[in-house]
Design a protein around this ligand. Structure first.
Ligand SMILES: Cc1cc2nc3c(=O)[nH]c(=O)nc-3n(C[C@H](O)[C@H](O)[C@H](O)COP(=O)(O)O)c2cc1C
Length: 337
């Protein structure tokens, strides 16, 4: 097995093991609708010829938006633009997924006037100081659930093959998972099962209402004091899979997606996907973090650190030139450090 080995995931056929992860392009208009620039951007990324291309984090409700030019999936007005994006990517024989998000307490107040989080606790972030959000009511929790499911239904109507709920990088659903930001005393807080409950209900809802293949972008751990541990994340993964999840996309947690200071080298987050892969949970696992060479992907597949490799910035900088298709000898040490 190597990077060219196809993989079928719940009936969807990926032509190879390369994934373009979701990357915010900030090309939507202020209403969250795709523009010509958005279409050009995705047509360009598709030139890397990945098995799966994930479209950037798209807000499910206006209250969950974190950037002015963020793509939306919050209303039927988004459907034509989303359909065009899916179409442009699929022309290259690549499968397409849409990542769905609610920022919760992780946004500047000028963009999100009603900052809310599971317990009204300020979200720690590597790159900025955030304001304290208000604590969510049960009605807010119900609204998030409904909005994620409605946005997934839209993704299917628009022609997407996969949908991904964004539970990582400190955004709203990560805030539910993490003991740092979730100190609720109802059934959505308290222990790991309860902290996973909202996402479990979203996954069940998407399974019930669509035929989409469902992914979750999850933290391997929070890498923050008192934050999510690898064992807690394994427990969460089991609840997600029981609820109908098809693919685990393993990244970082509270703090953001940037490389944690203590991690170095190519595949700097791959040890997170590796421990989840080692638990043999029965669904494909995506690993990410500074991957730049096809040889590294082959090595990581062979070592069973991951099933699919996500390559972000190396593709963003040069989709056509990214050398993953060339057979060449490893040029340097392949172990993630
Ligand atoms: C410009 C940019 C935008 C990003 N936007 C998102 C996003 O919308 N959703 C997400 O889950 N991760 C996002 N990320 C993180 C990437 O998906 C990926 O995890 C990260 O860049 C590490 O992979 P790499 O080292 O191959 O770039 C973004 C990264 C970049 C560089």
């Amino acid at each position: 097995m190597n990077r060219f080995t196809p993989l079928t995931v719940s009936g969807k056929h990926l032509k190879n093991r390369l994934v373009v992860p979701p990357m915010a392009s900030q090309t939507a208009n202020v209403e969250g609708l795709a523009t010509e620039q958005t279409l050009r951007h995705y047509a360009n990324l598709a030139k890397a010829n990945p098995g799966l291309l994930m479209v950037e984090y798209s807000f499910v409700d206006l209250s969950g938006r974190s950037e002015t030019n963020q793509l939306g999936a919050h209303s039927d007005a988004c459907l034509p633009g989303l359909s065009e994006i899916a179409n442009v990517i699929k022309q290259q024989g690549t499968l397409v997924g849409l990542q769905l998000t609610h920022c919760g307490g992780k946004a500047p107040r000028v963009i999100c006037s009603d900052l809310m989080g599971p317990s009204g606790i300020t979200v720690p972030a590597y790159d900025r100081v955030l304001e304290k959000p208000r604590a969510m009511t049960r009605e807010d929790v119900e609204l998030w659930k409904t909005r994620f499911i409605e946005a997934a239904i839209r993704a299917e109507k628009a022609g997407f093959d996969f949908v991904e709920i964004h539970c990582a990088h400190g955004y709203g659903l990560n805030q539910f998972l993490s003991p740092i930001t979730n100190q609720r005393e109802d059934e959505y807080g308290g222990d790991q099962r309860n902290r996973s409950r909202l996402m479990v209900e979203i996954i069940q809802g998407i399974t019930q209402h669509t035929n989409l293949t469902i992914m979750a972008r999850i933290p391997g751990q929070d890498l923050y004091p008192e934050g999510l541990t690898p064992n807690q994340m394994l427990e969460t993964c089991r609840y997600f899979i029981e609820a109908g999840l098809d693919v685990l996309d393993v990244s970082s947690g509270i703090g953001g997606w940037n490389r944690p200071k203590q991690r170095r080298g190519q595949g700097y987050l791959v040890e997170e996907s590796a421990y989840i892969k080692a638990a043999d949970l029965g669904v494909p696992v995506i690993g990410v973090g500074g991957i730049e060479e096809g040889d590294f992907i082959d090595h990581a597949i062979e070592q069973q650190w991951l099933d699919l490799a996500a390559v972000g910035r190396a593709i963003l900088h040069d989709p056509e030139g990214f050398a993953w298709q060339q057979m060449k000898q490893p040029s340097r040490e392949l172990e993630p450090s």
